[in-house]
Design a protein around this ligand. Sequence first.
Ligand SMILES: NC(=O)C1=CN([C@@H]2O[C@H](COP(=O)(O)OP(=O)(O)OC[C@H]3O[C@@H](n4cnc5c(N)ncnc54)[C@H](OP(=O)(O)O)[C@@H]3O)[C@@H](O)[C@H]2O)C=CC1
Ligand SMILES: O=C([O-])CC(=O)C(=O)O
Length: 266
Amino acid sequence: MKKISIIGYGALGKILTRAVLEKLEYAYEIAGIYDQAKIDAPQAGAKPIHVYTTFEELLKDDADIVVEIAGVGAVRAYGQKVLAAKKDLIITSVGALADDRLYVDLRKAAEKNGRRIHIPSGAVGGFDIIRTIALMGGADVEIESTKAPKSLNGAPYLEERVLPADEKREIFAGDARAAIAGFPKNTNVAVATAITGVGVEKTRVRIISDPEAAGNTHRIHAENERAAADIAITSKPDPANPKSSVTAAWSVAALLADLASPVRFF
Ligand SMILES: NC(=O)C1=CN([C@@H]2O[C@H](COP(=O)(O)OP(=O)(O)OC[C@H]3O[C@@H](n4cnc5c(N)ncnc54)[C@H](OP(=O)(O)O)[C@@H]3O)[C@@H](O)[C@H]2O)C=CC1
Ligand SMILES: O=C([O-])CC(=O)C(=O)O
């Protein structure tokens, strides 16, 4: 039985916690949860799950794996410390890795401490074929994300402008690094797609605001001279946070299932 600690108990952290309790109880125990906001401890059967009052308390606990499901700031603040404490790290706020320095430092910390960083597919997927096409060479990768205005409003890029509720429009086009700077709660998928493939500067990102959007839809196109892949994923936004797709939390549970299995899917 492996133990995990979870950083972040918002919309996605709650889904992940339930998924671990209900679907992965054969392989995982939740050692505790840390969140900077005040949270109520969820029940694991008859007993409440431990809530760490400080990040330092989480670090001292004996969990094998720490899941970050909080925000890009959490990766910056805690990533290296988790690895130095000899715990594996699952990162959902992949946007933090658009910072080359931080990405290199985290990789070095993982190597030095013999630990691994795992990147779940989050609200997208297809990292296997994107990696394959990128490794073959000459790859071109783009991602288009479509969300309802309410899932995008509040992003720093919009500078307090409110998106129209009656008009579909492209609101951003640029590379993955510019995307995460402007939309840190919407384009972790773009940075994940980028670092699994051709990098943050070469990955083109478009964001569409669509009042009619039934869910959050991400379309990825990857191609080189010998292969092409089109991947489209639509996921319901979480009612508690319409910026986030519920698949992002479930993808962490699916990754944990893979880590506990003798068979690895790539
Ligand atoms: N890889 C992917 O495909 C996706 C990744 N994500 C990532 O998942 C994150 C969580 O999403 P979601 O659950 O919907 O967000 P929520 O805002 O609902 O919840 C995040 C929780 O984490 C807390 N938190 C934020 N920063 C820190 C920190 N530095 N230390 C401790 N706690 C912190 C927040 O506290 P407070 O309210 O005080 O800020 C909040 O309680 C997103 O911010 C995004 O980065 C989301 C969707 C897709
Ligand atoms: O959940 C989504 O659809 C994508 C998202 O917010 C992100 O990548 O940050």
